[in-house]
Design a protein around this ligand. Sequence first.
Ligand code: ATP
Length: 309
Amino acid sequence: VFQLSMPLNFLGSVYRELRQSLIDMDTMFSLENQKALIQDAPNAKDYIFKGGNIRFENVVFGYHTERPILDGVSFTIPAGNKAAFVGPSGCGKSTILRLLFRFYQPQQGDIYIDDQNVKDLKIDSLRRAIGVVAQDTSLFNNSIYYNIHYGSIESSREDVYRAAKRAHIHDVIMSLPDKYETSVGERGLMLSGGEKQRISLARTILKNPQMLLLDEATSALDTHTEQSLLANFRTILRDTGMTSVHIAHRLRTIADADQIFVLKQGKIVETGRHDNLLKKEGSVYKEMWTKQENPHYFSSRDESEFLPD
Ligand code: ATP
C-alpha cells in the first residue's frame, strides 16, 4: 500500500498545483484575456515562506515601454500587515498586484518576497502561497460545490461549508433547490455579481494562502453584506496573521489598514495610516476621503480624477 500510495500522492499534489495555478491565472486574467508571458528562470528555486514580507525596490514598469505605468515605486509591507493601495483610476494599482503575482516583469528594479527576488523563484511555488480575489470573478460552468472545492481539492465537504459560511454565501446556497449541486455559468443559475464574488472568496478562504491580494474584492456587494464580510475578513486576517494587500476605491473599506499607499502618476505620493493621512492638510488622500464622504463637495482638482469607476 505504501509503495502504491506514494506515487499517487505525488501525482495528486502535482495535479493540485496545476489546477491551483490555472484557477489563479483565470482569476487574474479574466479581465484582459492575456497569455502568461513569464517563465521560470533556468535555476529557479522554490519560494520559502518566512512570514510574507513584501518589498518593491525602485520598480519601473509599463505594458509598453514607451508608456511607463509605475515610475520608480518602492515600498515595504512587513509580514502580517494589511496594506492598501489607493489612487485615481488607471494609476497602476492592479498592475502592482500583477507584478507581485509575476504576470509581468519590471523593466527596472526588483520585487522581493521574504527577501527572495521573485524573478529567481519558481512561479508555481510563488502562486501557491498567494491567494487572489479579483474584481471580476469568472466561475466554472459546473456546480457551486466544484467551484468552491477547487480552492483545495483535498478539502472535505465540511471544509467547503465552513469556507462558504465565512464568505457569507452558505445560506444563499442552501436556499437554492439543488443547494451545493446547483450549476452556475452559462447553462446554470445566473448568480449576481456579489454572489459570484462570495463564491470566489469562499474558494480563496479554502485555499488558505499565506498572502492575500484583494483587488476591489467587495465591490459587487451591497453595503450591509460588504460590512459583515469585511468584519469577517478582519477576523480571518487577525487569526492567520496573513499579509494582505488591498486595492480599494471606497476608502472606508481600507481605513483600518496598517499602511495606505497613495499612488499617483506612477509614483507613491503619500504613505501612512488613515488618521495620519487625513491630518495632512492638502493631502491627496484627504481630498479623496472628503469627496467620498461628502458627495456634493466641490474642489479645484479635476472632478473626474478620483471618482470611482
Ligand atoms: P482602476 O482603479 O481603474 O482599476 P488601476 O489603478 O488598477 O485602475 P491598472 O489596471 O493597474 O490601473 O492599469 C494602469 C494603466 O495600465 C491603465 O492606464 C491601463 O489602461 C493600462 N493597462 C492595464 N493593463 C494593460 C495591458 N494589459 N496592456 C496595456 N495597458 C494596460
